[in-house]
Write a protein that binds this ligand. Structure first.
Ligand SMILES: Cc1cc2nc3c(=O)[nH]c(=O)nc-3n(C[C@H](O)[C@H](O)[C@H](O)COP(=O)(O)O)c2cc1C
Ligand SMILES: CCCCCCCCCCCCCCC(=O)C(=O)O
Length: 350
């Protein structure tokens, strides 16, 4: 009998995850807005970028660690905030946090997590957690959530700004997926003995970013920036990092691929703060391409979900381990010793 081999590439985890998930839950995780043009574009854009190696550089020991406003990570791949991990695995965000801590990378805990941020932190002592926030129009409630994130030990706030409304996701509408199963809720939205809904409000503006900055000492990272003018405004409003993202193609369909937007945002930021990027990263080569184009670090959303659904904490650990190994391998073959030495000249359109 042919032995069943463990997935040896991130993409293989998706098939393993799909086999375990309810179809409607798989669709929620995999899908995107509208025609899913942006979902596909994110990955396709990396395939259109070629790497141009240097030779005989004697690189020796490799350096993959990065220092970011919310702390240090041993690898330049962070865990992007994604909702509802308990749909993927009974341990949910606890399992993800343990794997991220073991990989010595940052986990960004979603405001829509199905495990409370305090319990995520307790599951992975020593891990680095950031907290993702949709600013709620009820500012007193927003402040209460911020205080919980601070008290749980989160070291940065990631404010998602690409969601003044929920994305229109055809797969979810088709599947009638509009509620969580009994016994599951957005635990960070508890308010006394009720759970509030997450409000995605078109009223949120730069004024709210200023209010938030006054509310907390934590560094504020703005996630979902795509326009270079907004990157410049973000600097004016004192953010600690800019995160280029189209929400994995789940909000406005037909936004360009995230990596195609990166160079203009990097130019606009001009080195003032780190620039992060997510969307379509599936290989170590994708990571080095994004960093060569100016990202200080990247994040992965769906790959972590696939690892979690496939094999819980072990699956997430394997996904992060594969990406780390692939980054090191790509650096070696590129003739680059450190992720900090990646430069645009190593990447060409093809
Ligand atoms: C299932 C799922 C849930 C998500 N939930 C959130 C969320 O709660 N908050 C947020 O800011 N972004 C959320 N995102 C967007 C991710 O943070 C990230 O931008 C995106 O997944 C990156 O693309 P990738 O999946 O191709 O790596 C979610 C993405 C997915 C796939
Ligand atoms: C679309 C699924 C609905 C499940 C019911 C729960 C309703 C809460 C809505 C919270 C939205 C969380 C957003 C997560 C996210 O950013 C994303 O899916 O992308």
């Amino acid at each position: 009998m042919t032995p069943v081999r463990a997935p040896s590439a991130v993409r293989e985890f998706e098939a393993a995850a799909r086999a375990r998930l309810l179809p409607a839950h798989y669709d929620y995780f995999a899908g995107g807005a509208g025609e899913e043009i942006t979902v596909r574009a994110n990955e396709a854009a990396f395939a259109r970028l070629a790497l141009l190696p240097r030779v005989l550089r004697g690189t020796g020991k490799l350096q993959t660690g990065v220092t970011l406003p919310g702390g240090r990570a041993a690898m330049p791949v962070l865990v992007a905030p994604t909702a509802f991990h308990r749909l993927a695995h009974p341990e949910g965000e606890r399992a993800t946090a343990r794997a991220a801590a073991a990989a010595e990378t940052v986990m960004v805990v979603s405001m829509a997590a199905t495990v409370a941020v305090e319990d995520v932190a307790a599951a992975a002592p020593g891990g680095t957690l950031w907290f993702q926030l949709y600013i709620q129009p009820d500012l007193a409630f927003t402040e209460a959530i911020v205080r919980r994130a601070e008290a749980a030990g989160c070291t940065a706030l990631v404010v998602t700004v690409d969601s003044p409304a929920r994305g229109r996701r055809d797969r979810d509408q088709h599947n009638g997926f509009d509620d969580l199963p009994d016994g599951m809720c957005c635990e960070n939205l508890r308010d006394g003995d009720r759970v509030r809904p997450i409000v995605m409000s078109p009223e949120i503006s730069w004024r709210h970013v200023d209010l938030l900055r006054r509310m907390t000492e934590l560094p504020v990272v703005l996630k979902g920036v795509t326009h270079p003018d907004d990157a410049r405004l973000a600097l004016d409003h004192g953010v600690a990092a800019v995160w280029v993202s189209n929400h994995g193609g789940r909000q406005l369909d037909t936004v360009p691929a995230a990596v195609d937007l990166l160079p203009e945002v990097v130019a606009a930021v001009g080195g003032a703060v780190p620039v992060l990027l997510d969307g379509g990263i599936r290989r170590g080569t994708d990571v080095v391409k994004a960093m060569a184009l100016g990202a200080s670090a990247v994040a992965v959303g769906r790959p972590v979900i696939w690892g979690l659904a496939a094999d819980g904490e072990r699956g997430v650990a394997r996904v992060l381990g594969l990406l780390h190994d692939e980054v090191e391998h790509a650096l070696t073959l590129l003739g680059v010793a450190s992720v900090h030495d990646l430069r645009p000249g190593l990447v060409r359109p093809c």
